[in-house]
Ligand binder design. Structure first.
Ligand code: ATP
Ligand code: MG
Length: 349
């Protein structure tokens, strides 16, 4: 990866009437990286993508592609290409015509356009489908046509707005893997939008978590998951148990009369602890030589194949606890709950 960011937003704000869709956002997308904007519906993801593409002009702030300020440059002169959520294929054009549309708009002569169309169709695994119309293709194939149509103009930056939302669960996983492989193979810079946290964790180099027009945290998937900056990020990415506690000494917190050992440093006073469901262990018998063991009672259980998810009442709280590889015996009744000290994360905010 190059040190200079490929896409840079600086204090970008976009309003629609009196509503602020994007509120003073600054962030960088590294060259050849796959960066994802993740957040709930209406938080401003599409608006950011459209501003990078040039379809919307920011009310304040600036956008740069490398060192070029593009804020006032129209979309077709930015060298970006966008894949829209609804594919937006032309129903009356066949696959080759759909893919070649951007080349015709750019007046690329057909002797040059033909081989380029064939090449991207090969890349997305659709060679041989040139003459089909969109209604003759599956959802996943249409999605790949939309991707080919963006790639054929050889954009420097690929903008993808929830491109998988119309696919079923299995196909989503397959196509997202294909998109990621293609991006790595072509070393394109990609800015991807999703509200699906698992998808974001699975394919991104970096994730920017958004809420109400702002970016709350940006980091690698591991940083976002294990060291969320605040409660919103912790809750939006993965499942979270939150525990109100108080730091009473170095390496010790107290929560509802129980003292727990921690390794995360924090100044004394009230804090919120984050316990991920898979970070907590369940035992039938009290484990020997373990720190932070509490009695609990299983209130509900759910078998999910690769894991069992339990809702356990512990000291007046109800925690979600995941046990990997449960086999064919689920736990019930009284249990012992172990929280390894290094798996307790203290939310700083
Ligand atoms: N053209 C528009 N006119 C008026 N308001 C708009 C327009 N586009 C977006 N908004 C508003 O701006 C906010 C951000 O919208 P945006 O489409 O960027 O959200 P999003 O994060 O992409 O959501 P989703 O996940 O539902 O697609 C929303 O409150 C939306 O209603
Ligand atoms: Mg959107």
């Amino acid at each position: 990866m190059n040190a200079q960011p490929h896409v840079r937003l600086r204090n970008v704000t976009k309003r629609f009437g009196s509503a602020i869709a994007v509120n003073d956002v600054s962030f960088d997308v590294a060259q050849s990286s796959f960066t994802t904007l993740l957040g709930p519906s209406g938080c401003g993801k599409t608006t950011i993508l459209r501003m990078v593409a040039g379809f919307y002009r920011p009310d304040a702030g600036d956008i740069f592609l490398r060192d070029v300020r593009v804020t006032d440059i129209p979309p077709h002169r930015r060298n970006t290409a966008m894949v829209f959520q609804e594919y937006a294929l032309f129903p009356h054009m066949n696959v080759a015509e759909n893919v070649g549309y951007g080349l015709r708009m750019r007046r690329v002569p057909s002797p040059e356009a033909g081989p380029r169309i064939a090449q991207v169709l090969e890349l997305v695994g659709l060679s041989g489908h040139e003459l089909k119309f969109p209604h003759q293709l599956s959802g996943g194939q249409q999605q790949r046509v939309a991707l080919a149509r963006a790639l054929v103009v050889e954009p420097e930056v690929l903008l993808l707005d929830e491109p998988l939302s119309n696919l079923d669960a299995k196909l989503r996983v397959r196509v997202r893997t294909e998109i990621r492989q293609l991006q790595q193979q072509l070393r394109k810079t990609a800015l991807y939008v999703t509200h699906d946290q698992e998808e974001a964790l699975a394919i991104s180099d970096r994730i920017a978590v958004m809420d109400r027009g702002r970016i709350l945290q940006s980091g690698t998937p591991l940083e976002i998951y294990h060291r969320p900056a605040n409660r919103f990020v912790a809750d939006f990415v993965g499942l979270a148990n939150f525990v109100d506690a108080r730091v009473v000494a170095a390496g010790r917190v107290e929560a509802r009369g129980v003292t727990l050992a921690i390794t995360d440093g924090a100044p004394s006073g009230p804090v919120t602890l984050l316990l991920r469901p898979e970070a907590i262990r369940l035992h039938r018998q009290p484990p020997a030589h373990a720190a932070n063991v509490l009695g609990g009672r299983i209130a509900a259980a759910s078998f999910l194949g690769t894991l069992a998810r339990y809702w356990v009442d512990v000291n007046g709280m109800r925690w979600t606890i995941d046990v990997p590889s449960p086999g064919d015996q689920l736990l019930s009744g009284e249990v012992f709950v172990e929280i390894p000290p290094d798996r307790i994360h203290i939310l700083k905010e």
